[in-house]
Write a protein that binds this ligand. Sequence first.
Ligand code: PEP
Ligand code: MG
Length: 747
Amino acid sequence: MPHRFESESRKLLGRLREALAADNEGQTRLDEVVQLIASSMGTEVCSIYLFRDTETLELCATKGLAAEAVHQTRMRLGEGLVGRTAKSRTVTNTADAPAAKGFRYMPETGEERFSSFCGVPIQRLGEVLGVLVVQSKDARKYTPDEVYALEIVAMVIAEMTELGAFVGEGAALSARHQQPVMLRGSSAQEGASEGQVFLHEPRVVVTNPISDDPETELSRLCEAIDQLRKSVDNMLVGARTVDADQAQVLEAYRMFANSSSWVKRMEEDVKNGLSAEAAVEKEQSLARARLSKSGDAYLRERLHDLDDLSNRLLRTLTGQGADAQADMPDNPILVARNIGPGELLEYGKKIKGIVLEEGSVGSHATIVARAWAIPLIINAKGVTREALNGDTILVDGEQGIAHLRPDETVHSAFRDKIAMQTRAQERYASIRDLPAQTKCGSVISLQMNAGLIADLPSLEGSGAEGVGLFRTELQFLIRNQMPRRAELSALYSRVLAAAGGKRVAFRTLDIGSDKVLPYMKPNDEPNPAMGWRAIRVGLDKPGVLRMQLQALLRAANGQPLTTMFPFITQISEFRDAKAEMDKAIARETKLGHPLPSKLEVGAMLETPSLAYAPDAFFEEVDFISIGGNDLKQFFFAADRENERVRKRYDTLDISFLSFIEQVIKRCAATNTPVSFCGEDAGRPVEALCLAALGLRTLSMRPASVGPVKHLLRRIDLTEVKAIMDEAIARGDQSVRRAVSDWLVYQV
Ligand code: PEP
Ligand code: MG
């Protein structure tokens, strides 16, 4: 970088800093910025376009184009050279703009007079916020140095936009992170909570993008990099002693931390006037934009490494988010792009609600949130960008809506809603000790799903009769290493003790799919939900299954024990798994340990094929538990993790219901007890229909026991069945409408 240029660019940044620091309206500041850039670069035009919404860019400030066009001229993403720059996230630099591909003439701006065009995306952490454009009459292509200077300036504008600018209808820019925002997502768990935003992996906010002291910034950057390298080295030493695979991954990570070109680029940015943290962010943004476009899976993976390293650097430099737990507010509402069950469990039950940018109804993180009975919203697009740590947030789990920084009207309506829910809870509590007996006299056993010791107190509180599904993998997911048998057996005996003699159906490990153990080598499968998971892993590598079965037998210590195997697809798998149980029993007998006074070994029916297993299967199993979450995804060929397709198919679709009915009939023919333990069991209308089909045991998250019981007690199942049959005879695709309409007059 030539020295003259370096100091020019520093001078420009210095003046920019003054402009940004002045106590002006946002619009005035933007106007000053374009003036400064135009005069310092000697171009006739400098303009800033920002996104108005995800698809439209708006001219927000200009020096050189017609002033009347500001906040009037708009273009769609991909439209014209500006739209193209935003879409491609790359610089457009041409000496002859009207001849360039995609040029769109905008008469209101008077731009036909300008021949050359250089557009640079304004982006922050890979997200494009707008485009910075310079134009001039003479046909010249901007030099690489000039483009570099524009990129640096764009970085500063990105920070400014992030911190306070907002594209308004001809209005001044207003502070983005101070306004109320309503975010619409989908509901994954009902309930209403009020609290403060607690960002998982908080986004670091850079408040000082420009520096006037490159020397100090450079030494801050070097120190932070040094610290980063040392911490990666320490991680590596730790990993080498434990796990060779993990060490290998870390070696690659370390290579990045030591990459001299990465560091050199950041040093150059600092020399040109950016603060250390802005330089890190600039490189992170550019790398994200470059790599996310790459079709190479390996490169994309590396993007995560680089991202992670940049985040660590930013945390060191700003001191933000160093100790997440300590920064937790009193009523934390967790806000994240997505979160795994292990990470969620680490935060613990203090969390009052969750809002995720991605997520899905069937994921295990969702199941954990449900076990805690806290509202959960998924697919809330933009929440991680809009929310800042500590912001007030209201989570409406019913509607799938989050209100960020709400105004008083919204706030008071929300409090009314919470009061209503409290009254409903009181109603449920009043029937807690009564049976779920319908008006026609059928008694439905309502059980709860669990996965942690912490869930067990809900057994008492919810009125559930037992634990119909204990997901043992959650215990594995929250650890950093494989638990030992003694540890497991102590854990299971604590579960049994906490259940106080009520039946607990322990499901053996269901790993794979969305449940990846942090200490096991991830399996790079194209379709993990249909891949090597659950009992398939258990039978192919029986070490863990054996350990688990022994731990369970030992935990029972002479008391009754119920276990079931997940994802059984054919009779031979059940037989093989059962043979493992027999071996475990033989071993325990030999060792002189007491055997359970009663042992039930069941199978989960989660794949359609099992419904057509030979009669012998139904005779050999002690019970069948329908895992509706998986069964539904395989029945409709619709990924339970994929919101787009998941919602297409209704559980009350007549083909799915008639399939369930067949399973119930086959079980009845062999007198095999059958229950249903997917999430649908906890939805009152679904529960009603399942009971009407003949299911007498439903297992659900504890918070659903009250509402389901409340409804069942007021209903005659023969009437429900008649309504369902009528809908089927009419040719309805789903019985939902018919049953819901009928219910309106019943309750
Ligand atoms: C199911 O598939 O319905 C089930 C209960 O198991 P999981 O949700 O743990 O896969
Ligand atoms: Mg399942």
